[in-house]
Write a protein that binds this ligand. Sequence first.
Ligand SMILES: *Cc1c(COP(=O)(O)O)cnc(C)c1O
Length: 379
Amino acid sequence: MKFGTKAIHAGVAPDPSTGAIMTPIYQTSTYVQESPGKHKGYEYSRTHNPTRTALQQALAALENGEYGICFASGMAATDAVLRLFRPGDEIIVTNDIYGGTYRIMKRIYEGYGLVFNFIDMSDPANVVQAITDNTKMVWVETPTNPLLRIIDIEQVAGICKASGVLCVVDNTFASPYLQNPLDMGADIVMHSVTKYLGGHSDTVMGALITSDAELAKQLAFIQNAAGAVPGPQDCFLVLRGIKTLHIRMQRHCENASTIAKWLTAHPKVATVYYPGLLSHPGHELAKKQMKDFGGMLSFELKGDNYEEAVAAMERLKLFSLGESLGGVESLCTHPASMTHASIPKEEREKVGLKDTLIRLSVGIEDVEDLIEDLKQAIG
Ligand SMILES: *Cc1c(COP(=O)(O)O)cnc(C)c1O
C-alpha cells in the first residue's frame, strides 16, 4: 500500500459495535470482565486502549514497522528508550540535537550512571571511532535541530549493526512521509508526534516504532510499567491529523523551499540552512535518503546582531513566535533562548548555533503571504 492510502486507512477499521467509520474515543479507564481474566484483550487503559491501539498500528504502518508504542510526549518516548540501559552503558548521540533530548540525557540519566558521548555524525567515521566495548546505542537525529544538518542513516545503522549496537533515529523533523529509518537499518524510530504527525498544534505525544519483537516487548513493558501513556482523546486527534500527513508535508516542503530561495537572495540575509538548497553540505545525502527536504529552515541576518534578530522576530505577524513546529500554521523560534536554552552557550556555539539564529517552521498557508510577512519583518 502506498503512503497516502496508509495515512488514511492503516490501523483503522469500522467500529465493531456500531460500524462508526472513525475510531471512537474510548474514554474509559477499565473494562468489564466476564469472569476473572476472561476479557476481550482490554483490562486497564494504561496497558491497552482501543483508540491508542488503532493509532499505534497506524504509526507502525507509516514507518514500515511492525510495532508502534505511544507515549504522553516525545520526551516520554525518549525516556522509555533510555530505560533500556544500565549504569556504565555508553550512548553515542548526535551533537546538534533537540534541547530536551540533551537535557534528559545530561541532567537525568547521567546521574543514573549512563555515559553519553555527543559527537558530530555528519562524518559516519566519527561514529566508528567513538564506539567502545561499553557502547549500547547510537542516537541519531536527522535533519538536526536547528541547523538542519543531514546524517547518513544507512551508514550509521550499518556501523551499529556491525558492532551489535542499537541504532535509534529521532525522525520528528522529517516525518514518516519524508524518511523511513527502519528501511535504512535503524532499530527504533522515535517521533515527537506533537509535531508533523499531529500536525495541528493541539496535542503533545510521542511514539516509538520498531520491527524487532523483543524490543517491542521491552518497550511495551516500560510503557505500561512507567505509565507515561497518552489519553484516548489525544490519540483520536492524532488519528485525524495523520489522515492528511502526506498532503500537508507536500505543501510544507513546497513553501519552505520557496522561502529558502527567497531568503538566500535577500541582501540582509547572511546564511540560510535548508537541505533543499544546492549550497547545503547535506543536499545530495538528503536527496538520497529523504523524499523531499521538509518544512524547517533556519537563517541568520548579516551583521550577526542580536537586537536586530530579535526585532525581526517581533515584527513577524503570520509567523507566530513560539516553541514547537510541524503544525499547519507557520511558527518562528529563537533556538538559543527557547528550544535549546537548556544547552550551555559554549556547547551551543561549539556546534555552530549562534544566538542570532532564527528558525522557521513553515506552515501550509499561501506562500506569497508568508513572504510578504518576512519582507516587512526583515526590511
Ligand atoms: C519536540 C521534539 C522532541 C520532544 O517531543 P515532545 O513531544 O515535545 O516531548 C524531540 N525531538 C525533536 C526533534 C523535537 O522537535
